[in-house]
Design a protein around this ligand. Sequence first.
Ligand SMILES: Nc1nc2c(ncn2[C@@H]2O[C@H](COP(=O)(O)OP(=O)(O)OP(=O)(O)O)[C@@H](O)[C@H]2O)c(=O)[nH]1
Ligand SMILES: [Mg+2]
Length: 241
Amino acid sequence: MGATMGKNSTLLDSLPSGQPLHICLLGLDSAGKTTALYRMKFDQYLNTVPTIGFNCEKIRGTVGRAKGVSFLVWDVGGQEKLRPLWRSYTRCTDGIIFVIDSVDIERMEEAKMELMRTAKCPDNQGTPLLILANKQDLPMAKEPKELEKLLGLNELLSPIGVSVSSGTLSSIDGGSLPDKTIASSSSSSIVSSKNSDQNPLKSWHIQPTCAITGEGLHEGLDHLYDMILRKRKMQKQKKKR
Ligand SMILES: Nc1nc2c(ncn2[C@@H]2O[C@H](COP(=O)(O)OP(=O)(O)OP(=O)(O)O)[C@@H](O)[C@H]2O)c(=O)[nH]1
Ligand SMILES: [Mg+2]
């Protein structure tokens, strides 16, 4: 999937015209993955049935830097018996989208376990991760800020094995990122702050969405694209050293 770059081209302008980026759409059954996939693909709501196996669609970004960028999105069934398959989809992916049902408090612990299993899998270390706090249209939906705590997102490692602690950098293989990197978002407006991702070490972002109306989906994709670009830039700099 690596983009071939001419002598004078930069990494940033090489990506949009290149191969589509491969993205895995994961999450518990009924979280809204397939609804989100078809909303992004066809810009309309399609009725879904539980996914047995996977769906795959090519999607074009519509906002921000992701505008015009091609993503090949693999939507994998989330039922328990299908989850062991996730690993084969995430192995060589450019980014992971993990969809959370923001009202399903009963299964939040299960969602956290699967999310952590995915994020901490050695194959996925440093793979940009977009968490969709979906079903924000429902009155009991937990806000992204609360979901961050419930899902333990601050436990997640930075992409280059460096953690930030009390504002200082230390090279370790664990640790957490400071609270100030967290997005402030509200369920009513379904917006999220891009400043949240300005910490170059952060490789996840949480985005409030409603897959039925499509609110927040393309903004999320744009954040994911930013993280992918940042990761590639860092890898390039690392290679130069
Ligand atoms: N209210 C509300 N309902 C949603 C939203 N997104 C999805 N749903 C509903 O949630 C149900 C499950 O959606 P799917 O997209 O099929 O869920 P999935 O994650 O693909 O589930 P699996 O294929 O079993 O893994 C459907 O009834 C959707 O209409 C949302 O943002 N708001
Ligand atoms: Mg599905």
